[in-house]
Design a binder for this molecule. Structure first.
Ligand code: ZN
Length: 345
């Protein structure tokens, strides 16, 4: 089954790539009717392909259409959280990458393509965060990162190649810009609700400012010599600039890269030389990697704490599952700052 599904998925992706004219997501607000028709055909094809090659029934569509209420699909927990803050009463939201999964590595499944094609609006991060869905999303969706000022978007070294840093949500100004973009997309879809959506956006941005100011005060209590943040993958460069705290990430930017022994040794030497109190695990990567640092530091006679375990991990690339601490952006950010301050102060 899995092989056939993958095959079908490849076919659909090929169809999207060849048959659809790429929309310029920077400028286009609507998916043209011709595009919708092509997408609908592609969706039929994927269902047929699964049935024919497998003899099994196609999976039921995951979206329950409710008359008059549009569906908005977001690729990640961040997107869905913003949509809920702005338009919870007016739309139904669907999520592609489940909470806790890693968007860098996420491979879309047939039911994801159904969600995307059945949605009235698709919103994604952009800046190549959804690395393996980029082609489909650029064709069908609208990005959070639209019109970000070039001088505020970070670049980073990914194994010798300079790439755009996708982890912009740790820059509060860019995040507020993303909120405004979502408000625009929603307002264009629901002009009757535009006033409410924009009021909600203003309230939300004011809450974000308040949260950030409070986090700034807490971060300022960490003494200068302790201001070093060591995380598994390189997701905290915007955070670093926001709070003037240098970061180091032995794994680099991409979560699928293996950590080279050389990078581990460099990080361990740095930890020992700078007497770094604690290193942090993340919810979306393997905590065992940080234990390696601890063991290697012990060899040099230095004890560093690994901050990990349920409730003690940093959120980097996903919010928490609904109902848990960190299941919305403000709680996630506050949790990260509290954890960092508690262990570095
Ligand atoms: Zn990341």
């Amino acid at each position: 089954m899995k092989k056939n599904v993958l095959l079908a998925l490849l076919i659909v992706c090929a169809i999207f790539a060849s048959a659809c004219t790429k929309l310029d997501a920077q400028n286009e607000a609507e998916v043209p009717e011709t595009e919708k028709a092509t997408i609908a055909e592609a969706e039929k094809l994927i269902i047929n392909e699964i049935e024919e090659t497998d003899g099994a029934e196609a999976e039921e569509p995951t979206i329950e259409a409710v008359e008059g209420i549009p569906t908005v699909t977001g690729t990640t927990t961040f997107v869905v959280d913003i949509v809920n803050r702005l338009a919870e009463d007016f739309v139904i939201t669907e999520l592609i990458v489940p909470a806790g999964d890693d968007p860098h590595l996420y491979e879309p499944k047939p039911q994801d393509l159904e969600k995307l094609t059945n949605s009235d609006l698709v919103i994604y991060h952009g800046l190549h965060f959804e690395g393996r869905m980029v082609d489909v999303l650029e064709t069908m969706g609208h990005q959070l990162a639209k019109d970000f000022p070039a001088d505020e978007v970070g670049v980073m070294d990914d194994q010798g190649v300079m790439i755009v840093d996708p982890h912009f949500w740790f820059n509060i100004d860019l995040y507020k810009k993303a909120v405004e973009n979502v408000a625009d997309y929603l307002s264009q879809m629901l002009p009757d609700k535009a006033a409410d959506i924009n009021t909600n956006a203003e309230t939300y941005k004011s809450d974000l400012d308040q949260m950030f100011a409070s986090c700034q005060e807490k971060m300022d209590t960490i003494p200068k010599q302790s201001r070093i943040l060591i995380t598994p993958h390189d997701a905290f460069n915007y955070f670093s600039r926001s709070f003037d705290i240098p970061v180091m990430a032995p794994q680099g930017v991409s979560t699928d890269s293996e950590v080279a022994n050389k990078d581990i040794q460099n990080t361990v030497d740095f930890i020992v030389q700078n007497k770094v109190k604690a290193v942090f695990a993340e919810t979306t990567t393997d905590p065992a990697r940080m234990e390696k640092l601890k063991e290697a530091a012990q060899v040099q006679g230095f004890e560093v704490k690994v901050v990990s375990g349920e409730g003690n991990e940093l959120f980097s690339d996903s919010l928490a599952p609904a109902g848990e601490v960190g299941d919305n952006y403000i709680d996630m950010f506050t949790h990260n700052v509290d954890l960092i301050v508690e262990n570095l102060k």
